[in-house]
Design a protein around this ligand. Sequence first.
Ligand code: GAR
Length: 204
Amino acid sequence: MSVRPARLVVLISGNGSNLQAILDACAGGSLAASVAAVFSNKGEAYGLERAHRAGVPAVYFPKPKEEDRRAYDLRLAQAVQSYQPDWVVLAGWMRLLSSAFLEFFPGRVINLHPALPGEFPGTDAIERAFEAYRRGQLTRTGVMVHLVPDEGVDSGPVIAQAEVPIGPGDTLESLTARMHAVEHELLVAAIRKILSEPEILPRT
Ligand code: GAR
């Protein structure tokens, strides 16, 4: 009996280098999945171009200023649902999702964040970790992939995490490049893990 590849919908807001890692892993056969659609809240997001080049529906889904946050999230959820995802992957999606979205996909939304659990939630996590290093407060940061059970910011049951050391030779640029390289590996590994062992995950 052959198993149908899992359907992923990936939400992005920018460059989409992590989306690219997923697309490459799917195309190369190292991930038993396919990207059913890519959504961006930003029209200029380069990730939309990456999706287009991969032959994947690329959906620009802006939030009108006058629209209520929950109304937008509900519309977004319905649009995402129309692609029948098994998993929704937030790969550089820079909007907080309310329960209006999350209730559509209980236990099925995962998020990538460039910090270790409990550290530097929100935007500019790499910059803030580097500043903390310069103040002598830490010598490592990291990357995590976690489930998004609720409206908590960059928090939830961890699927995979990796430490990234910071050293005296580092600049923000070198650290950022190393973090992205770790993210690209970890995100694909985390998706592989939830596909192969879904029972390890708590159901919300
Ligand atoms: C990544 O570093 C990701 O971890 C981060 O946005 C970047 C997107 O890069 N996400 C967050 O900070 C979420 N709080 P990409 O568009 O090149 O994949």
